[in-house]
Design a protein around this ligand. Structure first.
Ligand SMILES: CCCCC/C=C\C/C=C\C/C=C\C/C=C\CCCC(=O)SCCNC(=O)CCNC(=O)[C@H](O)C(C)(C)COP(=O)(O)OP(=O)(O)OC[C@H]1O[C@@H](n2cnc3c(N)ncnc32)[C@H](O)[C@@H]1OP(=O)(O)O
Ligand SMILES: Cc1cc2nc3c(=O)[nH]c(=O)nc-3n(C[C@H](O)[C@H](O)[C@H](O)COP(=O)(O)OP(=O)(O)OC[C@H]3O[C@@H](n4cnc5c(N)ncnc54)[C@H](O)[C@@H]3O)c2cc1C
Length: 667
């Protein structure tokens, strides 16, 4: 979408493209309707001055947060006034492009009530939440425990004499700490606490606790609540009020415990439903699946900036060609940049698949079919982990690919990184999540002779064959076969999982032995997830991609798979499935792929359709007019508000005139 000033410094690049750009835009948006909504919402946000992102990195925290409240309020008003649909509203939020309390309200508070509340409870709370008459957050993590949910300390003790729960924070470490939206905005918190009836601890359950007055927003009696402080980077995640919360024997009605999975009766009897208690983690599964497509969006932003800038930037030259070379011509630049471009495409394809996987499990859960839950949990946890780690590192790599100018906030990259990097931690620390995948793999392998693995674990059913047959590639083009590639990823993953499973099986089964093997377990989980990513990218390509874009997608798919193979060559070689020579052949093929991407690179990032407003980058501008805008940008710097700097009289002048210090100088 062009919104530059008409002069297109990248026109030559665009003229080289060999695919149907419009068809690619529609594919990446997820369909024609999604594309149209996206275009409309992007313009709506870009044309509304309230949503301006200008100066965000320069604002003090108080002003930044207040402005973020203003934007969230204005977004809600716009949604209501224009009668936007849910999909349009979500897109509008997406283009407003800053983390805010409404994310947790819509993204976790409401899904948790839907997943864990009874019908009656949903009828009571959801209408209030839908019209935002209450604002909710998801208060699970505490100062002392985040990953270990079972270790949370907040208590909810039932008092049958008043038919109430007493919410209490017994220790400093039980203080709720981190929940977004809790610090300053929320009126209600979905609190995860230990349920205690008649002195018996039933473990962690969810409760809706009012925390602020609906009259004047002051904290309710015996509730201590506030913001936890400034976070990493300028702007970034600082628009969010991550908060702390303590209860001092605060009473809430019995009906405020979400009771779909377990109930407490009026006389204090605890009754579990026959549904798996892991459904209590449903809101996390929901967000984790959404994070994969989000990773693609964040990575594609960084890659758009780095590709466009690399086509504009010129350094050095060679005697065969006149003038200096565009840095995108350098093989080293391509080998760092093009795999990230391919990764952004891969995550988009896999994100679409994740949506269908999630829709399927929800349908099954509604029919009381819980059979696919462990696989969906492993998939969402594992892919959340891999895609966020790669994306965060990828944004930083793009910053370096832009040289010195990448370090300026005007490049848009520092703020993008600051806003994104906590995704490696929230919704589950990435190592913790890979260990969950590893446990799933071990369990699947231990049952493989009795239960045939399904879905993304189905290949483990062929473990014998995958463990004995080796790769048959003898020439470079043998790699240009998706079955050959898939088998390589399957064999590597199956062998890594089997090796660690065997080692554990030979041991005593102690937790210490498990701990000893966690580095290998994490590696095998990563291998399994990389297989899912490669296989789902291939699968998505093979199911109805339009003719005008198929070739380019194939090139990107091979680029992605080869770069994964090469980056993890150590693992592939250690399993004995491939030889060093076969890896070297894949390297050559990868270079051929770079040659195919090169003329299409700028068009391939144009296809993500990020507007200049959304990118917020002088380096990634659509028109490539980088230098003019970097220069103009310097004049927005507050240090340049005056030509003589504030502080000159007190601190610079004495140095320059040496009145103060010269007598003591030994020079
Ligand atoms: C940036 C925007 C993203 C876009 C997303 C798109 C849409 C959503 C929109 C908006 C979202 C808004 C904002 C997003 C931004 C920020 C929000 C941050 C919010 C948070 O940051 S919010 C706190 C998250 N905090 C964690 O993430 C804690 C991690 N810690 C755990 O998650 C567990 O604690 C665990 C699993 C590590 C330990 O658990 P444990 O082993 O001690 O376990 P436990 O006894 O509990 O479970 C035993 C059996 O349960 C199975 N199992 C476990 N988890 C399951 C699940 N989820 N589903 C199904 N089964 C599950 C196991 O596989 C096992 O199975 P088995 O027995 O068969 O082996
Ligand atoms: C920006 C942001 C927003 C957040 N929003 C929310 C929210 O809205 N609601 C909410 O409830 N929470 C929220 N959180 C909290 C977040 O979910 C937790 O921080 C996260 O789950 C990690 O838990 P932790 O902080 O306890 O890390 P820890 O578990 O203490 O991790 C510290 C280190 O120890 C390692 N480690 C821990 N246990 C093990 C183990 N068993 N084996 C191997 N290594 C281990 C980890 O890998 C990590 O390297 C947010 C966090 C952030 C940063």
């Amino acid at each position: 979408m062009q919104d530059g000033n008409g002069l297109d410094h990248l026109a030559g690049e665009r003229a080289m493209a060999q695919f149907d750009l419009q068809a690619m835009k529609v594919y990446l948006a997820g369909g024609q309707r999604e594309y149209e909504i996206s275009t409309k919402m992007a313009q709506l946000v870009a044309n509304d001055p309230v949503f301006s992102k200008e100066d965000r990195v320069r604002l003090a925290r108080k002003d930044l947060y207040k402005n973020s409240l203003r934007k969230a309020g204005h977004a809600w008003k716009t949604i209501l006034e224009k009668g936007l649909s849910e999909v349009e509203g979500l897109k509008l939020r997406h283009f407003v492009d800053e983390p805010t309390y409404t994310d947790l309200h819509w993204g976790m508070f409401i899904p948790a009530i839907k997943g864990q509340g009874t019908e009656e409870q949903q009828h009571k709370w959801l209408p209030l939440a839908y019209k935002m008459a209450i604002i909710g957050c998801y208060a699970q993590t505490e100062l002392g425990h985040g990953s270990n949910v079972q270790g949370l300390e907040t208590t909810a003790t039932f008092d049958p004499t008043t038919d109430e729960f007493i919410m209490h924070s017994p220790t400093v470490t039980s203080t709720k700490w981190w929940p977004g939206g809790l610090g300053k905005a929320s009126t209600h918190a979905l609190v995860y606490a230990r349920l205690i009836t008649d002195k018996k601890d039933h473990g962690i359950h969810a409760f809706i606790a009012p925390i602020r007055s609906l009259e004047d927003h002051t904290p309710l009696p015996n509730v201590t609540v506030g913001d936890i402080g400034v976070k990493f980077g300028n702007g970034g995640y600082n628009t969010m009020d991550n908060g702390f919360l303590r209860f001092d024997h605060v009473r809430i009605p019995r009906e405020n415990m979400l009771m779909r999975l377990a109930t407490v009766t009026k006389d204090g009897k605890y009754v579990r439903s026959n549904k798996p208690r892991q459904l209590g983690y449903g809101a996390m599964v929901f967000v984790r699946q959404g994070i994969v497509i989000d990773a693609s969006i964040y990575l594609s932003r960084a890659v758009t900036i780095a590709v466009r800038y690399s086509a504009v930037r010129r350094q050095f030259g060679n005697k065969d060609e006149p003038g200096e070379l565009q840095v995108i011509q350098y093989r080293t630049q391509q080998s760092r940049l093009f795999p990230l471009l391919a990764t952004a495409y891969a995550y988009r394809a896999v994100g679409f698949w994740m949506k269908s996987l999630y829709a399927d499990v929800m349908k099954r859960l509604n029919d009381n079919d819980f059979s696919t839950l462990p696989e969906v949990h492993a998939c969402t946890a594992g892919l959340k982990s891999i895609t966020t780690s790669v994306t965060a590192d990828g944004i930083e790599e793009c910053r370096k690919l832009c040289g010195g100018h990448g370090f300026l906030c005007a490049s848009g990259l520092p703020e993008l990184y600051a806003a994104y990097v906590p995704a490696c931690t929230y919704e589950g620390d990435n190592t913790i999540l890979l260990l969950q995948v590893a446990r799933f793999l071990l369990k699947t392998l231990s049952q493989v002779s009795k239960v045939r693995p399904v879905g993304t674990a189905a290949y483990l059913g062929n473990i014998k064959q995958l463990s004995t047959q080796n790769c048959k590639v003898s020439q470079g083009h043998d790699w240009l076969n998706t079955s050959v590639l898939l088998e390589a990823f399957e064999a590597r993953s199956a062998r890594q999982a089997a090796a660690v499973a065997l080692r554990l099986a030979k041991g005593s089964g102690s937790e210490a032995e498990f701990q000893e093997n966690t580095p290998e377990l994490v590696e095998s989980a990563r291998a399994h997830c990389q297989l899912i990513l490669v296989s789902k990218f291939i699968e998505q390509l093979q199911t109805g991609t339009p003719e005008g874009i198929r070739k380019q997608l194939e090139v990107l798919c091979y680029t992605y798979a080869f770069s994964q193979l090469i980056d993890n060559a150590g693992d592939f070689l250690a399993t004995g499935y491939v030889t060093g020579n076969q890896i070297a052949l894949a390297k050559e093929e990868l270079k051929h792929m770079f040659d195919k991407i090169r003329p299409n690179a700028v068009a391939l990032v144009d296809a993500f359709d990020h507007t200049d407003d959304y990118l917020g980058s002088a380096l990634g501008r659509y028109d490539g007019d980088v230098y003019t805008h970097l220069y103009k940008g310097a004049f927005k710097e507050s240090l340049n508000d005056t030509v003589v700097v504030d502080g000159y009289e007190e601190y610079l002048k004495p140095v320059l005139t040496q009145n103060l210090w010269a007598p003591h100088s030994k020079l």
